[in-house]
Write a protein of this length. Structure first.
Lengths: 155, 565
């Protein structure tokens, strides 16, 4: 089998570009800890609302301008409702679904995670810019899917 | 335009008994025609659903209460990505294989018709429950959303029908190899066999999911289901389906395009290597749909990213081979200037024009795919309408335009008619309309997705939120693109009806390219599919053993059903 010289060159250059690309992704993932949200903990969807984490919902201050909140993503709302935080706040979101699969997306940020029943999802974000951010469900979850949204106001 | 009216020639590499072939092909034709007919109906109904979705999402239209946006969305997805693509692939690959191998085996026809019957019955059942509003679960039918149990029976029949078609193809392929020891199978048959090998891998995953998990749960025989297991099995199928379309499409690029432009196949061996890499490396690509899922570790996800990236390699090979084929064809005709070969390509031949536009669309489509699969970068675009834009470039433009281009020779080949000068002109117009419609719609979707607009969501202003008001402009462009595309579908259906029933009688060739150089022929072991199946199984095992064992080892509490009427 004979490979044309130009094709060899093209494939070598292409492969090198792919390797560089993968290396950048690896550095970002493993050294800069920018990997995608991948929380492992599980929870029974039928007892989400009574569970210790999600029963007592509300924004909790856990450090200097650092907050924690447990959000239940259910058909067709995020509980508790709209949030308000000061600028520069870091928020750690803990999410679970008592029914079907939902998505948790905050517009104008990279916060984007799936909420699959049976699993707990976690994602964190620091809100530097003041404004009203839209939280929406970006995974189809039933006939009221388009109504599933909240806001998070950064003052 | 002599290239359209080429005389009927048979592939030189295949041992074809001309007398037998002439009799055999008629009965083979009927099977292909039956499959293509269902594909055409699916395109019309699925396309109409898409048009209505564009109107609803942009706020131009409010649906009557008896049908929801999501029922239309489910119909659009199931009918186009599952029904249209599989029926068309089977009709086309069976016809081409019959052409290059000198007819299909008797048993192949039996399996083919049985498969066709099951697939058609499954499609009718599934379509009925979707349009009746009893299956608003979209084509991904993520559990624990639940549709009417018979929707899943319909899907299962469709998949079993496809598996019967796989067996049919393997019988003809292997019996040809037995009758021709020491001879390399024709390149088209190799492509065809590869597509059906991928179908087997894809079908096994979805069959385990639908038959083994969803149907017992949908009938209430088991109380709960594991949603993560479902997502994983679905995408092992779903992403493999993507490369089934791609492999079907590039078979026309590699095998037929050279003949259409009056050149030769660039390199038989490189084509086969690209095919084999696609088959071996393909299935684990499904995991890049789950980059933002919980329950899969960061390390495992990175392994999947590497495996997904393997699929880029054959695409690079294809890009080179296509341009090299075109340049050599021009050089053989005496072109000496640097880019002169590009100018003398048969731009006025609809068969070529549709294929080359499909290839050009594959460049941004492939780049978008790399972005989507890039681990943390996925967070920027996941489940935004960018992804919808991406798949309208890949399957909607690259694959569909290739299928349309194929149909300009396949339908007259099967109906014993000719592509007239006028129909050829309409084919070129159709390609331009399709490309413009997709450019507008897919471009608007990509832009809107980067602004954060979600996919698969009915018209909403999110209580007048300012972020959502920025999306309205792009939604209008999407609807406009949808209108242009629907005009394209109507024009295409007109061309198809003409080619099938009204165009003048005549002999149309199924273009099969010859090798540029016998030195480039593959070594014989390339035809030994056991090697590639073992390697593919290994690559699947590397990706899937850890997560599937993890899900199956009983940690999942399970989910009861949520009916989606």
């Amino acid at each position: 089998m004979h490979i044309h010289r130009y094709e060899k060159l093209w494939l070598i250059i292409g492969s090198l570009i792919l390797l560089v690309f993968l290396a950048i992704l690896a550095i970002q993932t493993f050294y800069l800890e920018m990997g995608p949200p991948s929380h492992a903990e599980m929870i029974d969807p039928q007892t989400v609302k009574e569970s210790e984490i999600f029963a007592d919902a509300g924004l909790k201050e856990i450090g200097d301008n650092e907050y924690e909140i447990a959000i239940v993503a259910e058909m067709f709302s995020f509980q508790p409702g709209d949030l308000e935080i000061p600028a520069g706040a870091t928020v750690h979101f803990t999410l679970a679904s008592p029914d079907v699969t939902h998505g948790f997306k905050i517009t104008d940020t990279n916060v984007n995670v799936m909420v699959v029943p049976g699993h707990i999802s976690k994602v964190s974000h620091t809100f530097d810019q003041p404004g009203e951010y839209l939280i929406l469900c970006n995974e189809y979850c039933g006939l009221g899917h388009e109504y599933m949204a909240n806001t998070i106001t950064v003052n | 335009m002599t290239h359209i009216t080429d005389i009927h020639t048979r592939h030189k590499g295949a041992a074809v008994n001309e007398d037998v072939a002439a009799g055999i092909s008629k009965r083979d034709f009927h099977l292909s025609i039956a499959n293509l007919s269902i594909a055409f109906i699916a395109l019309l109904v699925g396309g109409a659903a898409g048009l209505l979705q564009g109107f609803v999402r942009s706020g131009f239209l409010e649906l009557p209460s008896w049908i929801s946006y999501y029922a239309l969305l489910t119909a659009h997805g199931v009918l186009l990505v599952l029904v249209l693509s599989s029926f068309f692939s089977i009709g086309y690959l069976y016809a081409g294989t019959s052409r290059v191998l000198g007819g299909l085996a008797d048993k192949t026809l039996a399996f083919g018709w049985a498969g066709f019957a099951l697939m058609t019955a499954g499609t009718i059942i599934a379509a009925f429950f979707i349009l009746a509003g009893d299956a608003n679960v979209l084509y991904t039918f993520y559990t624990p959303m639940q549709a009417h149990p018979w929707f899943y029976i319909g899907l299962a029949l469709l998949v079993v029908g496809i598996l019967l078609n796989c067996i049919g193809m393997f019988i003809t392929y292997q019996s040809w190899r037995k009758r021709n020891p020491g001879v390399l199978t024709p390149l088209f048959a190799f492509f065809s066999n590869a597509v059906f090998v991928l179908w087997v891998f894809a079908s096994l995953f979805i069959a385990v999911f639908v038959v083994g998990m969803v149907i017992p749960w949908a009938f209430g025989w088991v109380p709960t289901i594991d949603p993560m297991m479902g997502r994983t099995l679905f995408w092992a199928f779903g992403h493999t389906l993507v490369n089934i379309w791609m492999l079907t499409s590039i078979s026309a690029w590699y095998v037929s395009m050279p003949k259409i432009i009056g050149g030769k196949v660039f390199s038989d061996s490189l084509a086969r290597v690209a095919v084999v890499i696609l088959v071996v490396a393909n299935v684990p690509g499904g995991f890049h749909h789950q980059i933002l899922d919980p329950g899969l570790s960061v390390e495992l996800k990175f392994l999947h990213v590497i495996q997904t990236f393997m699929i880029i390699f054959p695409s690079l090979m294809t890009a080179f081979a296509m341009l090299a084929t075109m340049e050599r064809s021009g050089r053989a005709k005496g072109v000496t200037s640097l880019l002169g070969w590009w100018k003398i390509l048969p731009w006025s031949d609809a068969r070529f024009f549709a294929l080359i536009v499909a290839m050009l669309a594959y460049i941004p489509a492939g780049l978008g795919g790399i972005i989507n699969a890039s681990n943390q970068v996925n967070q920027v675009v996941h489940n935004s309408i960018w992804v919808t834009g991406h798949l309208h470039l890949t399957v909607g433009t690259t694959v569909m335009l290739t299928f349309f281009g194929i149909s300009y020779w396949l339908i007259p080949y099967l109906s014993g008619r000719k592509l007239t000068r006028n129909l050829n002109r309409l084919g070129i117009a159709q390609t331009i309309i399709w490309a413009c419609g997709m450019l507008l719609m897919s471009g608007a979707m990509h832009a809107n997705g980067l602004l954060g607009s979600p996919r698969r969501t009915a018209n909403t202003t999110y209580n007048g939120h300012s972020a959502a008001s920025d999306w309205a402009l792009y939604e209008m462009f999407m609807a406009m693109g949808g209108v242009i595309l629907f005009v394209g579908i109507l024009l295409l259906v007109y061309i198809w009806i003409q080619l099938a029933f009204f165009a003048p009688k005549g002999d149309t060739d199924f273009p099969i390219g010859e090798d540029y150089n016998p030195k480039d022929a593959s070594p014989l072991f390339m035809d030994r599919w056991s090697i590639w199946v073992v390697l593919a199984t290994l690559s699947i095992a590397i990706a899937y053993v850890i997560p599937l064992l993890d899900f199956a080892s009983g940690h999942s509490p399970g989910s009861p059903p949520f009916l989606m009427p």
